[in-house]
Ligand binder design. Sequence first.
Ligand SMILES: [Cu+2]
Length: 206
Amino acid sequence: MLKIRKIVCTTFMTLLSVSLTLAGINGVSYADGGTVTGAVTVPLPKFKKDCVVYIENVPGNWPPTAGAQINQKGLIFIPHVLPVVANTAVEFLNHDNVLHNVFSPDKIAEKFNLGTWPPGEVKTYTFQQLGAATLLCNVHAEMEGYVVVLQNPFFAVTDENGSYTIKDVPTGSYNLLVWNKKYKGKPKQIVVNTGQSFQADFELKK
Ligand SMILES: [Cu+2]
């Protein structure tokens, strides 16, 4: 009887440790995940950078993105494009010696307007709805940035070569999408397997 109890207990502990490993440290990293990687091509090379490649839906309740910040520095929004998980509070910082403002004309961001503030102060807006929100500054008409609000943290921003890599993606079949401020690309069906890399390239067009 004691022996059976010991076996049951050992089995339970093994299952517990396996499920903890699968859940990962913060619930985002998967020990049995795979990689999705590739590149985008666009009609104008300067738009290769700052495309967001993301998985449309990954089952689960994904926590907001930690440390999400956009700086206003040298009259530029940095980063130019910031992908976040829904319900992320993005901090807006002013690093210039002038007043800046941040507002969005987009419905998915409730057309928020954070007012005008000097360097040193921080304003925050929580993005709740999925989609892309344009950021503008009513003091400097040339300033423009984007927050792309997503369902899960399995996304990447393309570099100047148009390349991207999404790591630790849970095993499964998904829709892979791409967002660009100017061009559009067709969704791709992808299959992610443990320890493997899936290649997905996008050709963006008008
Ligand atoms: Cu400004």
